[in-house]
Design a protein around this ligand. Structure first.
Ligand SMILES: [Fe+2]
Length: 342
């Protein structure tokens, strides 16, 4: 006969089992979430929070090395994830074990000197970074089954990072292929040469300045490259949002634009951004009927037309961004070498 515990009291073994099952369920859920994320930064935030929460750690840090793209370190503490600039995790053999050898290691962190456990993140056998966890109140160590669970989670994270890298490289290839095609078309005319490339770069910078997320920036970038020829080139349904941006970028804030006479918020945000940047580039470059204007004159023109031609918030943000970045930024974009001095 099976032994029953006293009423109201659970067997500690069962409690442990229930806890583990709960954690496994959680890992499954997180795995589903991770597989839908293609932005490395968003992935890093999700993984570090999941790892820290799963093991009830005091702190968790996720560090991605340069080989994975721009180096990135994020800290999870008390439920909040934030960037951790200038991160240098540790030094010595244990650190090499983790970051070079890709082996789980117990380390003492630089700075705080707190001991922590480090697990590697690998993509195709290459160590792209690691997750470091400081023990919580239940320390001074994590149990073996907890490390097992964490390894399970990180295996899913590694697949997600691999997918994100693959997606990024496909996207970069696609962007550079389309950009080359557009550049070749524009190069025929000295008045349009380099136009879409500059509009792309400035649109993405303005999008970042306005706080657009990864997907919105991606859409804006594609629309900016194709905005002068895209109506012909992209009849495919998955580019519907890009098409909408391209079609609407001649609409005006006051409703006097074309093709539909949309106004204000009826015009999608990416089209409002593209409209400002496209006009900026046109004014900054020579036209058959006039010479390029100076940067100050163009900024003044954008301010004057804010609220009529342009969304006033987007126009203001653009001028603010140019002022913040200074003349070197526009020089690097090629304006002062091709056109009138700033
Ligand atoms: Fe244009």
């Amino acid at each position: 006969m099976r032994r029953q515990g006293a009423p109201g009291r659970k067997d500690p073994g069962n409690m442990q089992l229930e806890k583990t099952v709960e954690k496994l369920k959680k890992i499954n859920e997180i795995g589903r979430t991770l597989s839908s994320i293609i932005d490395t930064r968003e992935l890093a935030h999700t993984v570090v929070a999941a790892a820290g929460g799963l093991l009830d750690a005091r702190k968790a840090v996720l560090h991605l090395k340069e080989s994975a793209g721009p180096p990135l370190t994020v800290l999870w503490e008390e439920g909040v994830v934030q960037p951790l600039p200038d991160f240098s995790p540790c030094a010595g053999a244990d650190c090499d074990d983790l970051f070079t050898g890709g082996r789980t290691a117990v380390l003492r962190q630089n700075g705080s000197g707190q001991p922590c456990i480090g697990l590697p993140l690998k993509v195709k056998g290459e160590v792209i970074g690691a997750v470091l966890l400081e023990w919580g109140a239940d320390g001074p160590f994590f149990a073996d089954d907890e490390i097992e669970l964490l390894s399970l989670l990180l295996n899913q994270a590694m697949s997600a990072f691999e997918n994100a890298q693959l997606y990024q490289s496909l996207k970069n290839n696609y962007i550079s292929m389309v950009q080359s095609l557009v550049n070749a078309l524009e190069a025929i005319d000295r008045f349009t040469k380099g136009h879409s490339e500059r509009v792309r770069m400035l649109s993405v910078e303005l999008g970042k300045h306005l706080g657009l997320d990864f997907r919105q920036l991606e859409l804006l970038e594609q629309a900016a490259i194709l905005h002068d020829i895209g109506k012909i080139l992209i009849p495919i349904e998955r580019f519907e949002e890009v098409r909408k941006t391209i079609i609407q970028h001649h609409e005006r804030h006051d409703g006097s634009g074309y093709p539909y006479g949309l106004m204000a918020d009826e015009i999608c945000l990416s089209a409002r951004i593209l409209s400002v940047v496209d006009t900026f580039d046109a004014m900054m470059t020579d036209r058959p009927y006039r010479k390029a204007l100076s940067a100050d004159a163009v900024k003044e023109e954008i301010r004057t037309n804010a609220g009529t031609q342009f969304d006033p918030c987007v126009a203001e943000a653009f001028v603010e961004m140019l002022d913040l970045k200074g003349k070197d930024f526009l020089s690097a974009a090629g304006y002062n070498t091709l056109f009138s001095p700033l």
